[in-house]
Ligand binder design. Structure first.
Ligand code: G1P
Ligand code: ZN
Length: 544
């Protein structure tokens, strides 16, 4: 076995986005493409010789090939050990858990999250630091800079390693240790939640349906919900992970998880609780019997009920949400008299706050919720949090949410996604919006008056780094908001996201459908942005 130094030329498009480098599988299959990026990671993180790395992915198409390449490159770059999930599989939160539990130098996660998989689908790779969280922007910028100047990469010439038997093998001088992807994670969940209470809930006939969407969480959900907690066999649907997610779009929302939605809205046989998670297991959608919980409300509700949960009974240090996420959690924070931080979109911004002990819970409107137990959002964790609350309060999902609204008011919320737009048209909308700031202030649109508008920028309270141009905000005098942002995870053209939020204190109006309550704001958003004229799109691709 010898280490080879392979000459290469840089690619110009390896800038990590909201969550690592995401491209079509075909892009990653170009000669040297993956290798260049991995070498750029290794050069930037400068791990000491003999350091340990965690490696795993969501099992999508190209996972296996990439894992073998990365192992050989890690061996050639002086790592002493790699902990790899059996078959090369680790959900994103489980990878974070393993990095933290085994105190490794960092980890590499292979995933394109909720994007479709298969030979024509997407692939992705990101680096997580020793805190278990996505590398900060300083690190991802360094990786990008390195990728633009790279002249060669190092790789061990060796046979592929078998990843199906637990235990250690040597690859050059490096140990490859195959670990059970589920056990460390399941143990962590048991340490946070009252499994006895949840087991009693299921034993009393409470019915759950969890849609793993043929993605990574199937085995995790089966082990935890069915085996350890006693949910009825078959409670986990689409449990078998598939390289192409069975041709589906593994994004847990009302559009893509429609199979689950139909079950939860069945006329006479709907289960009590429904949930789904995404390709790499970090997102969650929560449903009750004929009831959908918006992710922003879910975050607020978990914060309000946290002290019912053993792992959080001491209370929360603080909470954080991404800027476009609704301010529902802000109201809870205010009532609890704890700080609430507003960060740019992307989980990497929560890490510093958690490491500094400033926040315990955090979340995003994009079906992401998590806590300081790991440094990634965590789909199954959110499901268990909900189940634990229900086991204690003995109320339905709907009733718990309605009582929450009655106490704190309701933040009506919706997001419109316009996917696959021509890049120039999408950039044109954003430029037009920025150019309108000067004239928009004070303008009245029906019952709404523009109070302020800006492009969100964030100074990290811990390392003082500044992130600019994080989304255009139009804030009205009653606190209602419209936010416009370009996605940083898409792989085709541009995706424009429009986020809408209106607060309603009066319980009389809480029953309204969000689309009805937000109708005026939607019209204003279309008018101000000239979105239809500039993109030629009449309707959004997805509404959540
Ligand atoms: C999207 C979500 C964002 C999330 C990210 C990774 O990013 O909007 O909240 O952190 O996926 O799951 P975007 O495509 O908007 O950049
Ligand atoms: Zn994900």
């Amino acid at each position: 076995m010898s280490i080879r130094n392979i000459p290469t030329t840089p690619f110009s498009d390896q800038k990590p986005g909201t969550s690592g480098l995401r491209k079509k599988v075909r892009v990653f299959q170009q000669a040297h493409y993956l290798e260049n990026f991995v070498q750029a990671i290794f050069d930037s993180i400068a791990a000491p010789k003999g350091a340990t790395l965690v490696l795993g992915g969501d099992g999508r198409y190209y996972n296996q090939t990439a894992i073998q390449t990365i192992l050989k490159m890690a061996a050639a770059n002086g790592f002493g050990k790699v902990l790899v999930g059996r078959g090369g599989i680790l959900s994103t939160p489980a990878a974070s858990c393993v990095i933290r539990k085994h105190k490794t130098f960092g980890g590499i996660i292979l995933s394109a999250s909720h994007n479709p998989g298969g030979a024509d689908g997407d692939f992705g790779i990101k680096y997580n630091s020793s805190n278990g969280g996505p590398a900060t922007e300083t690190v991802t910028e360094a990786i990008y800079a390195k990728s633009k100047t790279l002249g060669s990469y190092r790789i061990l010439e060796a046979e592929d390693v078998s990843l199906y038997k637990f235990g250690s093998t040597l690859l050059g001088n490096m140990q490859v240790e195959v670990i059970d992807p589920v056990s460390d994670y399941a143990e962590l969940m048991e340490s946070l939640f009252d499994f006895t209470a949840i087991r009693a809930l299921f034993a009393s006939g409470f019915r759950i349906k969890f849609d793993a969407m043929h993605a990574v969480n199937g085995p995790y959900a089966q082990e935890i919900l069915e085996h350890r907690l006693g949910a009825a066999p078959g409670s986990v649907m689409n449990a078998l992970p598939l390289e192409d997610f069975g041709g589906g779009h593994p994004d847990p929302n009302l559009t893509y998880a429609h199979e689950l939605v139909e079950i939860m809205y069945d006329e006479d046989d709907a289960p009590d609780f429904g949930a789904a998670s995404d390709g790499d297991g970090d997102r969650n959608m929560i449903l009750g019997n004929h009831f959908f919980v918006t992710p922003s409300d879910s975050l607020a509700l978990l914060a309000a009920n946290a002290t019912l949960i053993p792992g959080y009974k001491q209370g929360l240090a603080g909470v954080a949400r991404s800027m476009p996420t609704s301010a529902a959690v802000d109201r809870v924070a205010q009532a609890l008299n704890i700080p609430c931080y507003e960060t740019p979109t992307g989980w990497k911004f929560f890490g510093n706050l958690m490491d500094a002990g400033k926040v315990t819970l955090c979340g995003e409107e994009s079906f992401g919720t998590g806590s300081s137990h790991v440094r990634e959002k965590d789909g199954l964790w959110a499901v268990l949090f909900w189940l634990n609350i229900i086991a204690v309060r003995k109320q339905s999902v709907e009733l718990i949410v309605r009582e929450h609204w009655a106490k704190y008011g309701r933040n009506f919320y919706s997001r419109y996604d316009y996917e696959g737009l021509p890049t120039e048209a999408a950039n044109g909308v954003m430029q037009h919006l920025r150019a309108s700031f000067a004239t928009l202030g004070g303008t009245q649109f029906g019952r709404y008056t523009v109070k302020t508008c800006d492009d969100f920028s964030y100074t990290d309270p811990v390392d003082k780094s500044i992130s600019t141009a994080q989304g255009v905000r139009i804030i009205f005098s009653d606190g209602s908001r419209i936010v416009f942002r370009l996605s940083g995870t898409g792989t085709e053209g541009a995706t424009l996201r429009v986020y809408l939020e209106a607060f309603e204190a009066d319980e009389e109006h809480h029953h309204l459908d969000a689309q009805v309550a937000l109708k005026d704001l939607i019209d204003i958003a279309l008018q101000i942005s000239e979105l239809r004229q500039r993109t030629g799109r009449e309707q959004p691709t997805v509404i959540t």
